[in-house]
Design a protein around this ligand. Structure first.
Ligand SMILES: *[C@@H]1O[C@H](CO)[C@@H](O)[C@H](O)[C@H]1NC(C)=O
Ligand SMILES: *[C@@H]1O[C@H](CO)[C@@H](O)[C@H](O)[C@H]1NC(C)=O
Ligand SMILES: *[C@@H]1O[C@H](CO)[C@@H](O)[C@H](O)[C@H]1NC(C)=O
Ligand SMILES: *[C@@H]1O[C@H](CO)[C@@H](O)[C@H](O)[C@H]1NC(C)=O
Ligand SMILES: *[C@@H]1O[C@H](CO)[C@@H](O)[C@H](O)[C@H]1NC(C)=O
Length: 504
């Protein structure tokens, strides 16, 4: 039997075929001024790096207040998958180790594309909802103490103008260890749009349970792990699943270690990490049972694959054992028919072992693996703030570090193509530069700008077209001859939004 990892079996079977998302750009009313006749000045990319340890080096701009990390990048020069990186840096300790706690979109060259609101977020990614390309992310409160590693929050849906189209703030009536009530009760681990205009979210619920089977008290307490399928607009619950109702607590690999005695210290016996739908069925992943379950649409277990015994798949190949795993979330691609779920009569073989021998990483928690449309794989190392992109043959094509180990995390990381034109206006600043001026323009989230049309004049009311400068990334810098300046975004050959007028 060839050597491989179980995870890779699931990975391979669940890799949906990529569909190019063709779309039409919406542009604001065209400006009749012909801007293409004039010469294109190169312009320059502008960002400065600030280095204040222990905060990881970060970028600053003149025209926007954002402070994204400077990515430390290595590549082997082989082709990377097209698309942008989606990460959610957040602090893991009291040390201020990142300058930007926010959902971020960056290019793989380390340019900022979009800086979301300053929130602790997870699962920032592309989704399809009601036939439209959108972005979703979870944000909310991460908890500490007995409740560590769980969260209570909501899921934001953004359209391709970054307008918040809705926020899913579910209320499940959860019991928490200290009876704190949270306004929104979606857990941080999972928020997955299904492709049928519903969303799956996880939840942790302190629940009284008989723990005598594991040597605990009869009146013990656990965190039951729930997942819900929800209709996003109405927040109507369409389906509820409880781990405690389907899995015996004795299956857990998590030691009691003094927990489970009362409501204040529930035993985190299951620890749901992920749930996705595969056709009408669900795949649920438990970190602390070291198991992934395939469920029927009604929630009954079809099979389990367990990292130690293999579960219903029988003994695993020697190099295929796993523990505390994150099952990879497949990119939801509803326009293709879902593949059949793997059957437990399929022997477990290791298809691929993705690791970097020159940079071995042991991440204790979190992380994600995403098979990209060109056959590459993006791996996010969770607790270790590193992304790696592997080639189809498992060669390490790309590594980006965005903070120091164990100080900053990105729960998951994704790479997708994304096309967006914000409803905000480009932001322009002009500074004196000797006898002339220097202009700086940025437009948070814009992906379609090809150049900036520049208008200058002696006053705010007397501006005339002087030429174009090429788009150079998040912030473009260009020379200004007159006192006042304004720029207009050129999007798909048409004039788009105008910046403010700036004068020296
Ligand atoms: C086109 O841009 C010029 C310069 O900013 C402005 O004077 C004019 O009003 C604009 N036309 C339209 C239709 O927006
Ligand atoms: C993120 O969560 C941590 C830990 O709960 C908290 O200390 C920090 O203030 C939060 N940051 C933001 C931006 O909400
Ligand atoms: C969603 O969560 C954020 C915190 O991340 C909070 O600021 C916001 O008010 C919440 N929205 C709703 C509708 O509850
Ligand atoms: C719950 O159990 C913990 C661990 O034994 C103990 O420290 C705590 O005092 C108990 N709390 C209550 C309310 O009994
Ligand atoms: C600012 O002035 C310096 C010195 O003349 C020049 O090299 C630089 O290109 C100018 N910057 C811009 C944005 O024009």
């Amino acid at each position: 039997m060839p050597s491989i990892v179980v995870k890779a079996l699931l990975l391979a079977t669940l890799a949906f075929t990529h569909l190019a998302h063709s779309r039409t750009l919406t542009s604001s009313s065209p400006n009749s001024t012909s801007t293409s006749a004039c010469p294109l000045e190169p312009g320059e990319q502008s960002s400065q790096i600030v280095n204040h340890p222990p905060t990881w080096p970060y970028q600053v701009f003149k025209s926007s207040p954002f402070t994204p990390p400077k990515l430390q990048i290595t590549t082997n020069g082989k082709p990377l998958a097209p698309g942008l990186l989606f990460i959610t840096p957040s602090e893991q300790s009291a040390v201020v180790a990142t300058s930007d706690v926010a959902p971020l979109i960056m290019t793989d060259a380390g340019q900022l594309v979009f800086n979301g609101p300053i929130v602790n977020a997870t699962n920032f990614r592309h989704a399809t909802y009601k036939g439209k390309d959108i972005l979703t992310y979870w944000s909310g409160l991460s908890t500490a103490g007995a409740n560590v590693g769980h969260g209570y929050g909501n899921v934001t849906f953004l359209d391709d103008t970054y307008t918040e189209i809705l926020t899913v703030c579910p209320k499940f009536g959860l019991v928490t260890p200290d009876n704190t009530q949270y306004p929104c009760e979606a857990d941080l681990h999972e928020s997955y749009t299904t492709g049928r205009d519903t969303i799956l979210v996880s939840a942790y619920n302190a629940t009284p349970t008989d723990l005598t089977s594991v040597g605990g008290p009869k009146d013990g307490w656990v965190f039951d792990c729930l997942f819900f399928e929800i209709e996003p607009e109405s927040a109507k619950i369409l389906f509820r699943w409880s781990a405690l109702e389907h899995v015996p607590v004795i299956d857990s690999k998590q030691p009691l270690a003094g927990t489970g005695l009362n409501q204040t210290v529930p035993w985190d016996w299951f620890h749901i990490n992920s749930v996705v739908n595969v056709g009408n069925e669900y795949l649920v992943n438990s970190r602390h049972v070291w198991t992934t379950y395939l469920l029927t649409a009604k929630g009954d277990i079809i099979w389990r694959i367990q990292g130690d015994t293999g579960g219903d798949f029988g003994p695993l190949p020697a190099d295929a054992h796993f523990r505390r795993q994150q099952r990879h979330p497949p990119h939801q691609r509803p326009r293709t028919p879902p593949p059949p779920p793997p059957s437990n009569t399929t022997p477990v073989v290791v298809l691929k072992d993705l690791s970097d021998p020159t940079d071995p990483i042991y991440a204790d928690s979190q992380g994600s693996t995403e098979i990209l449309p060109n056959g590459n794989t993006l791996m996010d190392y969770g607790q270790i703030p590193v992304l790696k992109e592997y080639g189809p043959g498992a060669d390490v094509r790309y590594t980006a570090r965005f903070a120091a180990d164990d100080l900053v995390q990105s729960y998951r990381g994704f790479k997708h193509e994304w096309h967006a034109t914000p409803t905000t206006n480009p932001s322009l600043v002009v500074e004196k530069n000797g006898t002339r001026g220097a202009g700086y323009v940025s437009w948070n989230g814009a992906t379609e700008v090809t150049a900036w049309a520049v208008y200058e004049g002696p006053s705010k009311r007397e501006l005339g077209f002087v030429g174009r400068v090429g788009y150079k990334g998040f912030e473009t810098m260009f020379g200004v001859a007159e006192k006042c300046v304004q720029v207009v975004a050129l999007v798909g050959g048409k004039t788009g939004a105008k910046s403010n007028v700036a004068c020296t």
